[in-house]
Design a protein around this ligand. Structure first.
Ligand SMILES: [Zn+2]
Length: 171
C-alpha cells in the first residue's frame, strides 16, 4: 500500500508566500476531538499565513458541526462551531523562549509550538478542542436559567431521539 502523498510545506515557506489554505477536514479523522463528541461532521478550514514580529502567524476560521452530550443530563446537543483562529506558530520551544525573552508574553497572544512543517490536522484539532463549547441542552438551560449568562447567539437545538415518536403514534 502506498502512503497518500502529503507534501508538508514549512510554516515559514507558507508565511513567505502569504499562502491561503482552504480545505474540508473529515471530523472522524480528528481522533482526539471525535472521542469527545457523540457525533462529528466535516469542518471547513480556511487559513491564511503571514508574519507578525518575524514570527509565523496563522489566521482564519474553522467551521463545522458536532454533537456533544449535555454536561448535565447527557442528552445530545447539536453545536455549530465557528471558530476564529489567530495564532503565532513556533517551530521549537527554543524559538518560543527567545521570543519570550524579547519581552513578549504568551498571555495576550495565542502561541503554538509545532514542528517546522505544517500539520494542518493537529493545528486545527488543538484549536477545536480548546474552543469546544460547554454543552447544555435547552431543557437544563431553562431549568437553571438564572444561574447562567448566555450570549444572544443562536439557540442550541436539543435533538431528542424521541422527538418524532408522537407523530408516529397519532397516524
Ligand atoms: Zn440536559
Amino acid at each position: 500500500m502506498s502512503e497518500p502523498i502529503d507534501i508538508s510545506p514549512s510554516y515559514r515557506q507558507l508565511a513567505r508566500t502569504g499562502a491561503e489554505i482552504q480545505r474540508v477536514l473529515d471530523g472522524e479523522k480528528l481522533e482526539r476531538l471525535a472521542s469527545l463528541c457523540s457525533e462529528i461532521g466535516q469542518f471547513d478550514v480556511h487559513l491564511v499565513f503571514g508574519f507578525e514580529d518575524k514570527q509565523v502567524k496563522v489566521v482564519g476560521t474553522v467551521e463545522g458541526s458536532l454533537t456533544l452530550d449535555c454536561s448535565r443530563c447527557n442528552l445530545p446537543v447539536g453545536c455549530d462551531c465557528s471558530l476564529p483562529i489567530d495564532v503565532l506558530v513556533f517551530e521549537s520551544e527554543d524559538r518560543l523562549q527567545s521570543w519570550l525573552d524579547h519581552g513578549n508574553d504568551s498571555v495576550s497572544k495565542e502561541v503554538v509550538v509545532s514542528g517546522p512543517s505544517l500539520n494542518l490536522m493537529d493545528l486545527v484539532e488543538d484549536e477545536l478542542i480548546l474552543g469546544l463549547p460547554r454543552a447544555i441542552c435547552s431543557q437544563c438551560k431553562s431549568d437553571n436559567g438564572e444561574n447562567y449568562v448566555y450570549s444572544s447567539g443562536p439557540k442550541v437545538v436539543n435533538k431528542s431521539p424521541f422527538a418524532g415518536l408522537s407523530d408516529l403514534s397519532s397516524s
